[in-house]
Design a binder for this molecule. Sequence first.
Ligand code: HEM
Length: 164
Amino acid sequence: MSNNTVTTEKTAAGIGPVEGESLYNVDNPAPYIEAPRKRTKKTPRSTRGNFEMAAWLFMRLSGIVLVVLVIGHLLIQLVLDGGVSKIGFAFVAGRWASPFWQVWDLLMLWLAMLHGANGLRTVINDYAERANTRLWLKGLLYTATVFTILLGTLVIFTFDPNIR
Ligand code: HEM
């Protein structure tokens, strides 16, 4: 065995490849690497709170509620009672005359928009590498989200069946 051929047994603390050649041996141990951020008494506490955990939980809970709301919506709009052919101004007016369907649609709008927006926030954070790109994409996303939620909410509550 040549001088630099070392098996795992000979490497310091077993660091290095499992088999074959290793840079390190007992005389030349692998360097000790400090943990990147050791917490000390002076380390400031995180200022981010539990937002990411709340967002994670929100995605699961809103997903469960959305399954019911969306499947119900699709059944009523597209399958039952003659399918799509029945949909028109009168059909919408009839449904929104009931507070039950107003709340149903409102919940679906808010949950789908917040769920979709938070999902896209994750995608942007994961894939946009430059801080400036993330800033602009998220700015656009939040603007579109607020605009759509406000406009949709306004329509549900101010819909006038007697409009000419
Ligand atoms: C219908 C029932 C739905 C269920 C059960 C559901 C469930 C979920 C769950 C659990 C996640 C988190 C995945 C993760 O963190 O890895 C997620 C992500 C996401 N959802 Fe939904 N969702 C639903 C509807 C929607 C709707 C209506 C939209 C769009 C408006 C949407 C857009 C997204 C997006 C963009 C993500 C992020 C994808 C990613 O992180 O890769 N989802 N969904």
